[in-house]
Design a protein around this ligand. Structure first.
Ligand SMILES: C[S@@+](CC[C@H](N)C(=O)[O-])C[C@H]1O[C@@H](n2cnc3c(N)ncnc32)[C@H](O)[C@@H]1O
Length: 316
């Protein structure tokens, strides 16, 4: 694709030069033709003034005009030949340009097809995973609606993060960890991390992280304020001992290398309090993935390490 782009650009520039050259040649030819016409008209006017035998002065002027006319005829022939050459070059380069654009166009269509397929694969994977998770959850015993935990007003309900976006985040995180001396490992791309999900609900993302194997994890942890979701995840996904009930606002983040926190709290003030708590207790060198954070830019110890996604590193 890069080669096709280069060839098309080169052909476009050469074609533009050829067009300019042809334009110049046509103008020179028209100029030469106009000059010839002018000289021809001058000679005709002069001959018309002859009344009987022309005098010596008139004959000398006519001779000089004829000389100039022959010279102008040669100049016209030359400019006509230049024009023909420029037109041929223009035609050839036009063909090269059309072919190069055609090849680029085919490449673009092929790339578009690949992207369409990639988008469909991503949407289908999202659907398949979400449906399979829902089927497992639906087969699991749950408390009656009336006995369900009442979500605090300031907390978000369980709203799952998009699967493809989550996987993309893990891919970016793997690249960051692999290049980070704090996570150096003699045998692996990076040393295994301790992973924590804040507001993990039933723990679906923990299953996903484990199954996708995009990063090396030594220890998976998750917690949620909603005990029904934690209980459901323990029963449905066997996450006993991995997920627990806790409140993000007073949690100690110190033991974890990677923390995923998809905006658990609705109110700006409480979410900001959660972010202050993380900035305070997360260990230096750890990573925070925080989509829809309130404002992490206010903490000098956090640096955004992935501009495309919400990945931060605590440097201080
Ligand atoms: C937006 S959902 C995120 C779900 C999941 N983390 C994901 O990204 O797919 C927010 C979750 O945070 C939980 N939550 C809300 N407030 C919380 C708090 N103070 N402490 C812990 N969890 C909380 C909610 O119960 C809910 O499951």
């Amino acid at each position: 694709m890069r080669r096709e782009k280069y060839e098309a650009t080169k052909a476009a520039l050469q074609f533009e030069d050829a067009l300019e050259a042809l334009d110049g040649a046509v103008r020179s030819r028209d100029f030469a033709r106009a000059k010839l016409d002018r000289l021809g008209a001058q000679m005709a006017d002069l001959i018309e003034t002859f009344d009987g035998a022309p005098n010596a002065r008139a004959l000398s002027t006519l001779k000089s005009l004829r000389h100039k006319f022959r010279f102008a005829e040669k100049a016209l022939e030359r400019t006509q030949a230049d024009c023909a050459r420029a037109r041929r070059a223009y035609g050839e380069l036009h063909e090269v340009y059309v072919e190069a654009m055609d090849r680029l166009h085919h490449q673009l269509i092929a790339r578009q097809d690949e992207m369409d397929v990639a988008h469909r694969i991503s949407a289908a994977s999202e659907r398949a995973f979400t449906t399979m998770v829902a089927e497992v959850l639906n087969r699991t015993d749950r408390p009656d609606e009336k006995d369900l935990f009442k979500r605090p007003d300031d907390s978000y309900d369980y709203i799952p993060f998009a699967v493809s976006k989550y996987l993309e985040t893990l891919i970016r995180l793997d690249a960051l960890l692999s290049n980070d001396p704090d996570f150096d490992d003699a045998n692996l791309r990076h040393r295994p991390v301790s992973y924590l999900e804040v507001g993990c609900g039933h723990g679906r993302n923990i299953l996903l992280t484990r199954a996708a194997r995009l990063i090396h994890v030594g220890d998976y942890r998750g917690f949620d304020i909603n005990p029904d979701l934690v209980e459901l995840g323990r029963k449905a996904f066997g996450l006993n001992g991995t997920i627990e009930v806790a409140d993000a606002l007073d949690y100690d983040y110190a033991p974890h290398d990677v923390i995923f926190s998809y905006r658990p709290i609705r109110t700006a003030a409480l979410q900001a309090r959660l972010e202050a708590r993380m900035a305070d207790t997360m260990p230096a060198g750890s990573y925070l993935i925080a989509p829809l954070a309130e404002d992490l830019t206010i903490y000098p110890e956090f640096s955004r390490v992935c501009t495309a996604l919400d990945i931060w590193k605590k440097t201080g």
